[in-house]
Design a protein around this ligand. Structure first.
Ligand SMILES: [Zn+2]
Length: 387
């Protein structure tokens, strides 16, 4: 089966081959030709080119026990140990630094607290920590660029964080600043879109032509992939679900209205409601049977479920992935989202199979988001990226 995602995106043949190996490898070249619809000669040529860039590697295939004659078969696989992609995720109180291999696996990550203040000062401090992080974790790999992700409204064409309300950042050129300070080719995107492409490349939505992704943290964002492409719209403003009227009607929002999704479901609001210091504490307490913590997280899951039902009705994605720590670790919270989708979606969605928790739970989520910004570029146009 050809990858729907690759075909619908109109990718160059080399990228189709590379994505097929990522999704289904290791693979023999004849299997790759069948999978991609590219001629065997074409597949061999692209594999050689991609091997030359250090992106693919060939190795002897495991031989079936009764196979005695013929040439030994080789399979191609992603050369996961040659390059490292670096990531910087910018959040409310801290930045996350990460190094990823080409399969999106986090090799190392580190959290850098920032006390607030001028964005330029925070970015300069983060870049200094990144230099030190690279010295410790690059370990002979070639640096294949820097991905930067954050919540809120991010414009990847200009690298500008247009609006991050909880940080109070408006029109901050984070991409150009970090590119100059790090010396690395740098790309920036919203973390909801980055996580949607990570799910499509390395996660549960591998091979899906359409998916929706909901990120519920201190900011609340959606990302939509349709026809294999991320929906961005003018200024990359698509996916702004923070102020949809899905929350409790009396909850005041920073936008001046009340009842907004983000005001109701933001991490700070949930943590305060549960009387805890952090969302990690809330999830741990709920997991240990604390009824207040569990009730707060179930409420957040139901609000998230209302947003998910709406996305199913409007966009009808094959799958919808939710990144929220309660839903990622407590079955009752996942059930609550699915129940809300089943009850509210008009499209008779089979929520059990189509609503999925994030493939990157725990501490890796933010680092994966940041690295995926750069990895998506690499897997979209490998020759332009490294050639
Ligand atoms: Zn609002």
């Amino acid at each position: 089966m050809t990858s729907t995602l690759a075909v619908e995106r109109g990718l160059a043949p080399a990228a189709v081959v590379l994505r097929a190996v990522l999704a289904h490898g290791p693979l023999a070249r004849d299997a790759l030709a069948e999978l991609t619809g590219i001629s065997p000669a074409g597949v061999s040529r692209h594999c050689a080119g991609l091997a030359g860039l250090g992106l693919l590697t060939a190795r002897p295939a495991a031989q079936p026990p009764d196979r005695r004659a013929g040439r030994p078969r080789t399979e191609v696989d992603i050369a996961a140990d040659r390059h490292a992609v670096f990531g910087v995720h910018i959040a409310h109180h801290f930045a996350t630094l990460a190094a990823l291999d080409l399969r999106g696996r986090v090799l190392a990550s580190e959290r850098v607290p920032h006390p607030g203040g001028e964005p330029e000062r925070i970015l300069a401090g983060t870049a200094a920590r990144l230099r030190e992080f690279r010295r410790r974790h690059q370990r002979g790999r070639t640096a294949a660029g820097l991905g930067v992700a954050s919540g809120g409204w991010v414009d990847p064409d200009t690298g500008v964080l247009v609006e991050h309300s909880s940080l109070g950042w408006y029109d901050v050129p984070a991409g150009p600043i970090l590119a100059e300070l790090s010396g690395l080719p740098t790309r920036v995107d919203g973390h909801a879109r980055a996580l949607a492409s990570a799910e499509a490349m390395f996660g549960a939505a591998r091979g899906c032509g359409s998916l929706a992704h909901l990120f519920v943290g201190n900011v609340v964002d959606a990302a939509i992939v349709s026809g294999g492409r991320l929906c961005r719209g003018p200024g990359s403003a698509a996916g702004t679900v923070a102020h949809l009227p899905l929350g409790a009607p009396g909850t005041r929002c920073s936008c001046g209205r009340s009842g907004c999704f983000e005001a109701d479901a933001a991490e700070w609001a949930v943590t305060a409601r549960a009387g805890r210091e952090s969302i990690v504490e809330v999830v741990e307490a709920a997991g240990s049977g604390d009824p207040v913590a569990l009730d707060v997280l179930l409420g957040r899951a139901r609000t998230t479920g209302r947003a998910a039902a709406l996305l199913f009705d409007v966009v009808n994605p094959e799958v919808l992935v939710v990144a929220e720590p309660g839903i990622a670790s407590l079955p009752a919270c996942l059930d609550a989202v699915r129940a809300e989708v089943s009850a509210r979606s008009r499209g008779r969605v089979d929520a059990a199979s189509r609503v999925l928790p994030t493939s990157f739970p725990g501490g890796d989520l933010l680092g994966v988001a940041a690295g995926a910004v750069q990895l998506d570029a690499l897997y979209t146009d490998p020759h332009a990226f490294l050639g």
